[in-house]
Ligand binder design. Structure first.
Ligand code: TYM
Length: 333
């Protein structure tokens, strides 16, 4: 069975972008693939995280993933720092990846901002750790949103160079799976920027834990243009905000943008936004109830994550050990 791996940072509450672009696509894969999902706390500390907040958010992210439909019985769900193979293989990959490759990573440039000298070295080698996450499981399919594409190309370059340099056929090629109308959910304040946990404006995103009033306020205030909705998707070109809201409604109701426009074309945004609010609230309320229920019993949640880490380790440790052997590390006897 094809092995699937994906991860999410616990650097905040999951956004509607995380949900529609990634998490929701992970849920059905549990029944069709051997699925491994990971809360990537090691990646989160590449930028400053308050320690107490990081611990709280890591648990909250795990609860949110389960509430969205990941079932620890049908998939392997765990916390990245609990399985040491990730960092061990990442070190080897730090020595395989070339500086020139990392210099091309657009996410580093975006996250480091103007003062690149002040960025952590972890942020720079972030994609090497991501390659290790996937390859220490020999996973071949990686369901992600569109913004991760470049990182996955780099992971394939690393795997290929490792195989070439050591004359082995050890790491498989990985295939990004970037699916659906919501592979790129945009900010509510600027339809040309992606919706992100780290945007300083909370008004730019819907958080999975936002209540009815917060969702209503954010959607009503979302940037739009003065024209009514078009009847056809071709009318969304050069209207990034309109396209984003139509895409969100299509994704949340499980249809295509053309069907949304068939029903709502010609309406003004005032009326359309009310439809969107109701759809979002209806969809997210049960998820929120489940998050609250899971967080009420942290011991039970931690026990599930411990089991997930045991299962993950059983796959990852032997693969990492074989990679270390290929490199020439003497095994501890
Ligand atoms: P992260 O935590 O930024 O996002 C988690 C997932 O959500 C997707 N996503 C979006 N999709 C659509 N629209 C958006 N606005 C949006 N924002 C986020 C992301 O594409 C991602 O799939 N580097 C990764 C975490 C990671 C990982 C891995 C992923 C670490 N190791 C190994 C896959 C495989 C990240 O920062 O995701």
């Amino acid at each position: 069975m094809t092995r699937v791996f994906s991860g999410i940072q616990p650097s905040g509450v999951p956004t509607l972008g995380n949900y529609l672009g990634a998490i929701r696509n992970w849920v059905p894969m549990q029944d069709t693939h051997e699925s491994i999902f990971c809360v990537v706390d090691l990646h989160a500390i590449t930028v400053w995280q308050d320690p107490k907040e990081l611990a709280r958010q890591t648990r909250e992210m795990a609860a949110a993933l389960i509430a969205c439909g990941l079932d620890p019985k049908r998939c392997t769900l765990f916390i990245q720092s609990h399985v040491h193979a990730h960092t061990r293989l990442a070190w080897i990959f730090n020595c395989v990846a070339r500086l020139g490759w990392l210099n091309r990573m657009t996410q580093f440039k975006d996250k480091a901002g103007k003062d690149r000298e002040a960025a952590s070295s972890g942020l720079y080698v972030y994609p090497n750790l991501m390659a290790a996450d996937i390859l220490t499981y020999h996973a071949t399919m990686v369901p992600v949103g569109d913004d991760q594409r470049q990182h996955l190309e780099l992971a394939n370059d690393i795997a290929e160079k490792f195989n070439h340099d050591y004359g082995v056929d050890f790491f498989p090629r990985i295939e990004p799976l970037i699916q659906g109308v919501a592979a790129r959910v945009m900010s509510l304040r600027d339809g040309t920027k992606k919706m992100s946990k780290s945007d300083p404006s909370d008004q730019s995103r819907i958080n999975l834990t936002d209540d009815h009033d917060a969702i209503a306020l954010k959607i009503r205030r979302a940037k739009t243009d003065p024209e009514p909705l078009p009847d056809h998707v071709s009318g969304l070109e050069a209207r990034p905000e309109a396209r984003n809201l139509v895409g969100i409604l299509a994704a949340i109701t499980g249809t295509m943008p053309e069907n949304v426009l068939r029903e709502h074309g010609g309406k003004g945004f005032g009326a359309f936004k009310e439809v969107l609010v109701e759809a979002l609230v209806g969809h997210l309320t049960p998820i929120q109830r489940e998050i609250t229920r899971l967080l009420d019993d942290p011991a039970a949640l931690d026990a599930q994550l411990r089991l997930g880490a045991d299962r993950a380790e059983a796959i990852a440790a032997p693969i990492c050990a074989r990679a270390e052997g290929i490199v020439g590390f003497l095994p501890r006897r």
